[in-house]
Design a protein around this ligand. Structure first.
Ligand SMILES: Nc1ncnc2c1ncn2[C@@H]1O[C@H](COP(=O)(O)OP(=O)(O)OP(=O)(O)O)[C@@H](O)[C@H]1O
Ligand SMILES: [Mg+2]
Length: 296
């Protein structure tokens, strides 16, 4: 996963992203508008596309739609600023994998790309039984090993993949990943949004993780994931051993104005991909629901 296409009409943003990503070892292609972006995409076939959402002629939403039509495996990251919240939400609904707000924090972008790399790696290993669906209640307990999350996500979801179109299924994978990482990071490890940002910016995030994981292990904190599939509704419960949080303030995807005010993006993404994301008191238990849309 070394090729990334950056589409933005603003020269300065393109340049900053290109230089930063090249330093990280990526091979960057640039385009100044959507149409040119699609041409470059067809020629170079990058695995990741980063596109501004608001551009003259062709929006990032149209770009996402076209790119996902050409290759549904590509990961699209949307760059967004104030006033384009609706376009971002729509782009996520048609298959974008994530979004980043302007002004762009490079550490945040690197993290998104790293997560995508892990997701792509786990997908390669995914074996899907295309024609049979056997779904039993599943229960899975993991410690605080972030590296194992994708494997858990795949285990929980792989039997239901035949029921969904590819982009929807991909969205379900991303959404569940976000909830499990929250359960570990914020729940069991008690790392707040501010702790995390501060540590990311001072490059001490790994140390913080290590220290908190040690403590959580000593205290026996785990994450428990249970899933059921009944009456065409797929339901997953994720429970951590943390203290919970004030979940009522989390922005809803039906309230796009709040999108850019929000802290993180995990819960928001999950609520785009699932029909229901419900926190139970005190906030350390989440229920995700998704109705199947494509009966076999
Ligand atoms: N299981 C949990 N326990 C405690 N707090 C949680 C839990 N899940 C979410 N939160 C709180 O909700 C906030 C929003 O979560 P969200 O996933 O949307 O963003 P984030 O995790 O801060 O950042 P990102 O997911 O973009 O890396 C978190 O910052 C955290 O304060
Ligand atoms: Mg999160």
């Amino acid at each position: 996963m070394k090729d990334i296409l950056v589409i933005d009409d603003e020269d300065s943003i393109r340049k900053v992203l290109s230089i930063a990503l090249q330093e990280k070892g990526y091979n960057i292609f640039e385009a100044t508008n959507g149409r040119e972006g699609l041409e470059v995409f067809k020629q170079k076939k990058p695995e990741i596309v980063i596109t501004d959402v608001k551009m003259p002629e062709m929006s990032g939403l149209q770009v996402t739609r076209e790119i996902k039509k050409l290759n549904s495996d590509v990961d699209v990251i949307i760059i967004t600023g104030y006033g384009s919240e609706d376009l971002v939400i729509e782009s996520l609904r048609v298959g974008a994998s994530n979004f980043i707000k302007k002004p762009i924090l490079l550490t945040e972008l690197f993290k998104i790309i790293e997560d995508i790399a892990l997701k792509r790696e786990s997908k390669k290993r995914l074996e899907v039984a295309k024609d049979v669906v056997i779904y039993e209640k599943k229960k899975c307990i993991i410690g605080n090993e972030i590296k194992k999350i994708w494997s858990v996500v795949n285990q929980i979801l792989f039997n239901i993949s035949p029921f969904f179109e590819k982009p929807t299924y991909e969205g379900l994978r991303i959404g569940l990943y976000e909830i499990i990482i929250n359960a570990i990071e914020h729940g069991n490890l008690g790392i707040t949004y501010d702790d995390k940002n501060e540590a990311l910016n001072s490059n001490t995030y790994m140390d913080l993780l290590e220290e908190r994981i040690k403590k959580a292990e000593e205290e026996g904190k785990k994450v428990q994931i249970t899933s059921t599939f009944e009456n065409n509704i797929f339901e997953i419960e994720v429970k951590d051993d943390g203290n919970g949080f004030d979940y009522k303030n989390i922005p809803s995807p039906n309230d796009p104005d709040k999108l850019l005010e929000a802290h993180g993006r995990g819960v928001f993404l999950t609520s785009i991909y699932y029909d229901e994301v419900k926190y139970l008191d005190p906030g350390n238990k989440v229920i995700l629901k998704k109705q199947i849309t494509k009966p076999l």
